[in-house]
Design a protein around this ligand. Structure first.
Ligand SMILES: [Zn+2]
Length: 78
């Protein structure tokens, strides 16, 4: 498999933090995906996509335990 963006053959399985937004909160979900080592493009298989959809659904109905790891702030350019 080659990267469709940069044509690099260097694609590896990695655990990444996927961001799921629920209202004004962002929840990080660890998933194993294929990542292009050259440009960082992520490739999701159908199973991972389904899992993320399911996770998003459970999060929006508060049906999944989350752990607080940080805060998100907003500002304007200085
Ligand atoms: Zn690439």
């Amino acid at each position: 498999m080659k990267c469709v963006i940069c044509k690099s053959p260097d694609i590896q399985k990695k655990i990444v933090d996927e961001e799921i937004k629920v209202e004004s909160d962002i929840i990080l979900v660890s998933v194993e995906v294929l990542v292009c080592s050259n440009c960082g493009e992520r490739y999701y298989d159908n199973k991972t996509m389904r899992q993320l959809e399911e996770t998003k659904l459970k999060l929006s109905t508060k049906n999944l335990k989350v752990q607080k790891v940080g805060k998100v702030f907003r500002t304007k350019v200085a």
